[in-house]
Design a protein around this ligand. Structure first.
Ligand SMILES: Nc1ncnc2c1ncn2[C@@H]1O[C@H](COP(=O)(O)OP(=O)(O)OP(=O)(O)O)[C@@H](O)[C@H]1O
Length: 265
């Protein structure tokens, strides 16, 4: 059965700013290479959006602007109405939780509990409040029973879940995931999808895994050559053969996006 999806429209009420607003964002690296040419993107609270595009399209460059790792050459980025600017960086980095592709980039403490507590403790949380924050984050990713284990004794899929928990413990406005399905076996891939779907948080997911984008994100944005070239229902975009060819987006052999029943939010 085919389920037609309608991407959720950005919040329009003046008192509810979108989770993410990128306006006219342009960026050239110090060597002069222009990676972004005026990107506009609005993501409403609670949306799950896939950021698609070929290698070198500018996806990582865009993500690195969301928490101020890179400074916009031109244009603006706001997160829940707060501009990404030097003066706001501590709060911006709390609001934008980035889960990197390699969980080992994020896990460095002797136990899972300490890794998840690290961010909130650095932000000043202590005692029962901190414990509760850690417990909730681990429960949300199904890893509460692993709190006392050393992260390096866990499987890759378990470490990725803990990496998600370290970010959730900061109660972010937006969760940004870089290739969340990479190196996961089919069961872990499905379990992570279930977890991400259960979270009440805005999600921006960078991925080359188009079936995963379809499974998780009602809306997709295609970035190509540093500009957004398509923005709409993931199912419709994946069914647009011309668009897919033009942006070097390839579905796995035999995969028909029309045949997929996309689970409800
Ligand atoms: N530090 C850098 N200095 C100069 N150019 C860079 C730098 N990092 C990236 N680039 C260039 O900027 C462009 C965008 O790169 P980016 O990493 O954002 O693409 P991407 O869409 O994330 O690609 P991929 O899917 O391969 O991860 C590419 O042409 C890349 O070569």
């Amino acid at each position: 059965m085919t389920v037609a999806e309608t991407p959720r429209t950005p919040a329009t009420e003046p008192d509810v700013p979108p989770s993410l607003q990128v306006s006219g964002l342009a960026y050239a690296y110090p060597d002069g290479h222009q990676a972004l040419f005026g990107v506009d993107l609005t993501v409403a609270r609670g949306e799950r959006v896939a950021l698609l595009g070929p290698n070198g399209a500018g996806k990582t460059t865009l993500v690195l602007h969301l928490n101020g790792i890179l400074d916009a050459g031109a244009g603006t980025v706001t997160v829940a109405g707060l501009p990404v600017a030097k003066r706001n960086l501590p709060e911006i980095r709390r609001r934008v939780g980035i889960v990197f592709q390699d969980p080992d980039d994020q896990l460095f403490m002797p136990t899972v509990r300490e890794d998840v507590a690290f961010g909130p403790a650095a932000a000043g949380l202590r005692g029962a409040e901190l414990e509760e924050r850690v417990r909730t984050a681990l429960e949300r990713v199904g890893m509460a029973d692993f709190a006392d284990r050393p992260p390096h004794h866990l499987s890759f899929g378990q470490r990725r879940r803990v990496a998600v928990a370290t970010v959730l413990a900061m109660e972010p406005e937006i969760l940004v995931l870089d290739e969340p399905s990479s190196n996961l076996d089919p069961a872990s891939r499905r379990e992570l999808a279930d977890i991400l779907r259960s979270l009440d948080v805005t999600v921006l997911m960078v991925t080359h895994d188009l079936p995963y984008a379809l499974e998780l994100c009602p809306r997709s944005v295609v970035l190509s050559g540093g500009v957004i070239t398509a923005d709409g229902s993931t199912q419709e975009l994946l069914c647009d053969e011309e668009l897919m060819r033009a942006h070097r987006l390839e579905l796995p052999f035999g995969f028909d996006p029309r045949s997929v029943t996309v689970p409800p939010r």
